[in-house]
Design a protein around this ligand. Sequence first.
Ligand code: ADP
Length: 643
Amino acid sequence: MDNVVKKVARVLLVEDDEDDYILTSDHLSQLDSHLFEIDWVTNPTEALEQLSLGEHDICLLDYQLGAYNGLTVLETASKNGCSIPIIMLTGQSDETLDQSALAAGAVDYLVKGEITTSRFARAIRYALARQEIENERVERINAETQNQSKDRFLAHLSHELRTPLTSILGYTEILLNGNKAPDAKSELNIILNNGQHLLGLLNNVLDLSKIAVGKLEYNFSKINLDSFIADIFSLMQVHAADKTLKLVIREDSPLPLEIFSDPIRLRQVLINLLHNGIKFTDQGQIELSIWTEFVDNKEVLAFKVSDTGQGIPEAMLETIFKPFEQVEDFISRKEQGAGLGLSICSELIKHMGGSIHVQSLLNQGSEFTFTIDPGDIITQERAILAFEQKHLPSYSLSFPQLQGQVLVVDDMEDIRLLIGQICLSFGLKVTYASNGLEALEQFKLATAEDRCFDIALMDIHMPKLDGKRTIKQLRELGYSKPIIAVTAATMKGVKQELLALGFNQIVAKPINKAELHRSLKNYLKVENPPNTQRVLVVEDDEDAADVTVLLLGSLGIEALKVQTAKACQDLLNKESNWTTILLDLHLPDANGLDLAESIKQLHPDITLILVSGESVNEKTLTKAGIDKAILKPINLEILKNLI
Ligand code: ADP
């Protein structure tokens, strides 16, 4: 028994008779259940003082305190909110008295003559157990309150950080796309990159803190695997091309056309892994393989992202999916990052019903393999997917969209794809050829199918058949549409030679998007969809409001800002022909959700978009009549997709 550590219980003994005090404390000390620390007081005033401090686990209260009645102490203590269990000690058994003691808040009553019995021990144990439960309850409430205030703080912090980021990223994008600061492009790109990095970190920290309290929301839905992967692929290909790396997809067997998972989270994981692959690889390629396999008799979807990069030291492999591991050697690291990405991936994958593993060899490369539960795919139709780039993210959405089919001829795959991506973002259809011979073949094929390229973009130095000989042969075959030379050699002499050969125009490498657009616009039809959209921006942060209006303006959309809910309602009373309203969640005079509800009642046709710095759950949005919610910071791409 000696080496068992007993719990300590603090007892307040209210007793005016010293003999009784000695007797009671003697018996207490003989009880095995606890180690009792006894504080002895002799009168009601002291008793109430001690009880109000709430430092004891239990109180034994004598009924007869000299001239006073213990019941008065009991009643006053209860009134004062005392939560310590009080056991009333009486001189003799008296039922009426016992009943009044219980009514006044005592947890039990004992006759002094009985304190040697097991009933005494039981009463004490019971009262203490009760107190323990009560303490746990109070602790839990405190923890919950703390969590709630932490959540509120994080939501607030998120909003506070995202609002200024909207201005930083938005204005940078405007300057980069316009001609206002032609000399400062590289500096602006630095601001943009760092702003985006900051946003990434913010998202990671918020995700992780939500994961920690189980508050991260998942939304499972059907996913069209083909266009889903194509989207991610074309986005990451641009980053790979920036480092002249190849990004390839491998698919050895047919895949289900549709899966069921959380598209946002799956995209987040794939982008994180591909992004890391590109970041830590200087030459070679990044490969994304996708297949299905059986795990415990259930067919799962597996992804592998492998690279030919620097690899990961063995010691680090064990901790790579744990949060904050990266922080230790933060200073010595050349790459930025807090080491949160992979731990978030690992959590997200768990929620998608799978797991992630890594293998790596220093200086040879790394392989991240993960599975997810794709829902019931057994009966799903399968095919070798083309990963067609149906939903391409646009490069710069401020360029008016063009119409036509373009043939992109370049032997360097990265450059060819880059030019192609830019053309796609201008709204053009793209066909590729990797040298002059292929270009001729593509032309013949198109003619045979009764199609025609509206324009060709042609590299000059190419193997097999160079640009100069290709244009000659194309013209001989009857191709009369414009051909633009895309070349790094733009000295005057070369230019004249190319023009003399029949090139309509020369565009310099490296490609400047605006210049390419200007050149293409000379020959192609500009798509001019009538834009009847009118967007009202309700945002109290003036900078964020202005930048949103400007970004919308650059998309050719009429937009106006108001900064309060009242101004919004006043305006709607005067003019109701707004197609869309972007609503900030926190307005000085109202909550965006309440405002939305009142607008929806009067103007059910207006599309309401909530713009917030924190995520709001679906139910709340539906209740307020909000059609869509987006997270700050807003950028051109988001607006273009929305409106
Ligand atoms: P962060 O959030 O800082 O980008 P991650 O959790 O995504 O961090 O990655 C943690 C660390 O793991 C990286 O900083 C890097 O040291 C290492 N790492 C991750 N992926 C790769 C990779 N493909 N090749 C080499 N190192 C990698």
